[in-house]
Design a protein around this ligand. Structure first.
Ligand SMILES: C[S@@+](CC[C@H](N)C(=O)[O-])C[C@H]1O[C@@H](n2cnc3c(N)ncnc32)[C@H](O)[C@@H]1O
Length: 302
């Protein structure tokens, strides 16, 4: 379901280089100097816990007092939990897409779920030993055709993990996914019914941890979210006013692949305030979201 994974699975040549630590350090140095608004850095990927210099990155983030968080598949957490807790990570998002057999099938790695569950316990025990509530642990479960029938079952497994929230994320997809019969997009009436039924169930009950949906699509619009790419949801997005993305080659992009510069050669603040970025935002404000943004999770649907 990940667009990068799909490209590689289809044999597309896609060379991914790890980001240079020296470049992120330069970025962190810059961010740490800002006094009033201190940007958060969120490490995601790819898989951040496979980054060869993750330990140095974590300790540098702490040294420079940067707020940081991470999204991970959790598989290598047993090697890194101490560095994550000790270096001030305040939130860790863990991707879990099913119960034991289902998660393993979806991610394609046997034994992944049990490894993950055990790693979460290790992390939690370590937090207790350090008497700290951080990082908060958030599970992200992406709804797809592969798990849509089993959402109740998935929840009954995830509820018993030591986590602070469980989010069911609606699939992000491109328009061509709607033309492929074998895509992961749950589109049929019965598949949509499973999602509706599940949301109704969650809304009618009280749980010990928050159970969330993201983006928050109203039940009446679910069929259109998954079937009608041009359904007239609210046509705005404020994401480029809130965040930037940095790729492994240092390229700084706002949304829709729009490039603003490279952290190797310039300051993020200058890119953030650049004419190009202002023009991009003005275009978005005046004309609304772009075609490829239709099923992004960061846009405003209402
Ligand atoms: C891109 S992954 C990278 C981080 C890490 N390797 C992981 O597995 O969590 C970040 C999150 O995006 C989710 N994701 C991937 N493809 C998606 C899609 N098409 N729609 C919604 N979420 C997706 C993943 O499941 C994961 O929770």
């Amino acid at each position: 379901m990940c667009s990068l994974g799909r490209k590689i699975a289809c044999g597309e040549k896609y060379e991914v280089k790890e980001i240079d630590l020296i470049d992120i350090k330069k970025l962190i140095d810059e961010l740490s100097r800002y006094r009033f608004i201190k940007p958060r850095v969120h490490y995601t990927g790819g898989e951040p816990l496979l980054y060869a210099k993750f330990i140095e990155l974590a300790s540098y983030s702490k040294e420079k007092k940067i707020k940081w968080s991470v999204t991970t598949n959790g598989y290598a957490l047993s090697n890194y939990y101490k560095y994550i807790v000790d270096n001030g990570c305040d939130k860790i998002n863990i991707s879990i897409h099913g119960d034991e057999g289902m998660h393993d099938r979806i991610v394609g790695v046997k034994g992944c779920f049990s490894m993950l569950a055990s790693n979460l316990n290790i992390l939690n025990e370590y937090k207790k030993s350090k008497n700290t509530p951080l990082p908060l642990i958030a599970v992200n479960c992406v709804i797809s055709r592969k798990n849509v029938k089993y959402l109740h079952r998935i929840l009954s497994t995830l509820r018993f993990l030591p986590v602070h929230s469980i989010t069911f994320q609606h699939l992000i997809f491109s328009p061509d996914a709607l033309e492929k019969p074998d895509s992961d997009v749950p589109r049929s009436k019965s598949e949509i019914y499973f999602i509706k039924d599940f949301i109704n169930y969650i809304e009618s009950k009280h749980f010990d941890v928050p159970i969330l949906f993201f983006p928050r699509i109203q039940i009446k619009d679910l069929f259109n979210y998954y079937n009608n790419y041009v359904y007239p949801f609210k046509n705005i997005c404020v994401f480029p006013w809130l965040a930037l993305r940095i790729k492994t080659n240092g390229l700084v992009t706002t949304c829709n692949g729009f490039e603003l510069g490279n952290i190797k050669y310039g300051k993020v603040k200058e890119m953030w305030n650049s004419c190009q970025n202002r023009e991009f935002r003005n275009k978005l404000r005046r004309f609304g979201i772009f075609r490829d943004c239709q099923r992004c999770c960061h846009r405003q649907y209402y």
